[in-house]
Design a protein around this ligand. Structure first.
Ligand code: ASP
Length: 380
C-alpha cells in the first residue's frame, strides 16, 4: 500500500482538528472535458514501493466519506482528500499498491457530466497503465446513477468499484474505512473481472445496473431490489454467488450535453408540467409512472404529443420489478402508451432509465433506433 507523505490521518476519536490540517487539496467543483478545463487540482501520486502487490487506482469525488466537522462549526463539509482517507484504513497495508487522486470535493448531488466524463477517462487510463482495478469514493446519494452511468461506458475486464460512507469520517463507527477496504479487496481480486462496474457497500457487492439507495441514513443503505447482491466480501475477499453474466455492449463516450427531464406521476395530477417540458429545450422525458408503468388518463394526449417530438420513456415508480408490455389497455396503461409511441423502461428503475436515455442520446443513437438499443439494458 502507499500513503502520502503529506497525508494527515483521519481522526476517528472526535478530537478537534484545526481547519488547516483538514484543508482540502481540491477546489469544490469538478473537472472538465477539454485539456483547458482539466482540473488543476489533480493530485495523482504513485508510490514506487512494494512492487509485488497488485496495483489499484483510487480516486475521491467527495461525499460523506470525505466529510468532517471542522472548527466546531455546525455541519460537515467535504474536506478530506484521497491520501487522508487511505491513511485511515487499517489493513490496507500489504493489500495493494495504490495510485491516489482527488478529482473533486463535492456533495454527490452536485456531481456533473463533465466531471464524470473526466473521471471515466482517468479510470480507463489507470487500467491501461496496468491497474488491476479502480476504486471510486463519492457521496452515496447519487451512486445508483453515477455507477450505472460508468457501467454503461466501461469497456474493461478489470472492475471499477464505487463506494462511499453513510457516517461522517469523524463519527463513532464511521463506515468509510470498512467500505474502502472492501472496495479495494474486490477491485484487486481476479474473481471480480468481467463484471463491469460494481458497488461495494457494507460488505455487499452489487451490480451497478440494479443497485439502489434504499435508506437515507442506515449503513446498510444499498440493495438490489428484486435481484439481490452479486455477492459479499467475506474475510477480506469477494465471494460471488454466480459467474459473471453477459453485459450489454459499452456505449461510446458522450458526444455532447443532453437534457432529459423527469416527471413523477401523482394522484389527480393533470399533467400540466408536460407543457413546461415541451417548451423548455429538453431532448427527452422520463416519466416515473405508477406500478408497472401507468399514467393518469389526463396525461395521455400531452404525452403522445411530446413523444412526437422527443423520446418519452415510462418506468415504474416502485423501482422494483418490470414495466409490463401487454396486460392493460386502459388510457394510460402500457398497451395504450406503447401505441402512442412511448418506450417502456423494462426492469430499470426510473433513476437508471433516465441515465440510460440521456446516455443513449449523448452517444448519438438515433431516435428511430432507441428501442433496439434500449432492450439489452432493460432485461435482467
Ligand atoms: N449523504 C451523502 C453521502 O453519502 C452526501 C452526498 O451524497 O454527497 O455522501
Amino acid at each position: 500500500m502507499t500513503t502520502g507523505q503529506s497525508a494527515s490521518p483521519v481522526r476517528q476519536d472526535g478530537v478537534k482538528r484545526s481547519r488547516r490540517s483538514l484543508e482540502p487539496k481540491a477546489p469544490l467543483n469538478g473537472g472538465g472535458d477539454t485539456p483547458a478545463e482539466r482540473p488543476e487540482f489533480f493530485t495523482e501520486r504513485v508510490d514506487a514501493g512494494l512492487p509485488k502487490l497488485p496495483h489499484v487506482a483510487l480516486a475521491t469525488l467527495g461525499g460523506t466519506v470525505t466529510m468532517a466537522r471542522i472548527d466546531q462549526a455546525p455541519g460537515a463539509l467535504p474536506v478530506l482528500d484521497a491520501d487522508q482517507l487511505v491513511a485511515a484504513v487499517p489493513g490496507l497495508d500489504g493489500l495493494a499498491k495504490l495510485t491516489t487522486a482527488t478529482l473533486a470535493s463535492l456533495p454527490s448531488a452536485s456531481l456533473h457530466r463533465s466531471l464524470l466524463a473526466h473521471t471515466l477517462r482517468w479510470a480507463q487510463e489507470r487500467i491501461e497503465a496496468g491497474a488491476r482495478g479502480v476504486v471510486l469514493l463519492q457521496g452515496t446519494d447519487t451512486i445508483e446513477e453515477t455507477a450505472y452511468w460508468f457501467g454503461l461506458h466501461w469497456r474493461h475486464a478489470e472492475p471499477l468499484v464505487v463506494t462511499g460512507a453513510m457516517r461522517l469520517s469523524d463519527a463513532a463507527g464511521a463506515d468509510g474505512p470498512a467500505n474502502l477496504l472492501g472496495a479495494v479487496a474486490v477491485a484487486l481480486d481476479p474473481a471480480s473481472r468481467q463484471r463491469g462496474v460494481l458497488v461495494v457497500f457494507n460488505d455487499e457487492i452489487h451490480a451497478c445496473r440494479w443497485v439502489q439507495k434504499m435508506d437515507s441514513i442506515s449503513t446498510a443503505a444499498f440493495a438490489s431490489p428484486g435481484i439481490g447482491p452479486l455477492g459479499r466480501v467475506v474475510e477480506g475477499r469477494p465471494r460471488f454467488h454466480h459467474p459473471p453474466a453477459e453485459l450489454p455492449r459499452p456505449l461510446p463516450p458522450p458526444q455532447r450535453e443532453v437534457r432529459v427531464a423527469r416527471l413523477d406521476v401523482g394522484l389527480d395530477d393533470d399533467g400540466a408540467l408536460l407543457d413546461v417540458v415541451a417548451q423548455s429545450g429538453f431532448e427527452g422525458l422520463l416519466v416515473a409512472g405508477y406500478g408497472a408503468g401507468h399514467v393518469p388518463q389526463t396525461w395521455v394526449s400531452r404525452l403522445e404529443r411530446l413523444a412526437g417530438s422527443m423520446p418519452v420513456v415510462v418506468a415504474g415508480r416502485p423501482g422494483c420489478g418490470p414495466t409490463l408490455a401487454a396486460t392493460y389497455r386502459f388510457a394510460g396503461g402500457e398497451i395504450d402508451l406503447r401505441e402512442r409511441g412511448i418506450q417502456m423502461a423494462g426492469w430499470l428503475s426510473p433513476a437508471k432509465a433516465r441515465v440510460l436515455l440521456r446516455a443513449l442520446l449523448a452517444a448519438g443513437i438515433a431516435r428511430g433506433r432507441l428501442a433496439e438499443f434500449w432492450s439489452p439494458h432493460a432485461e435482467p
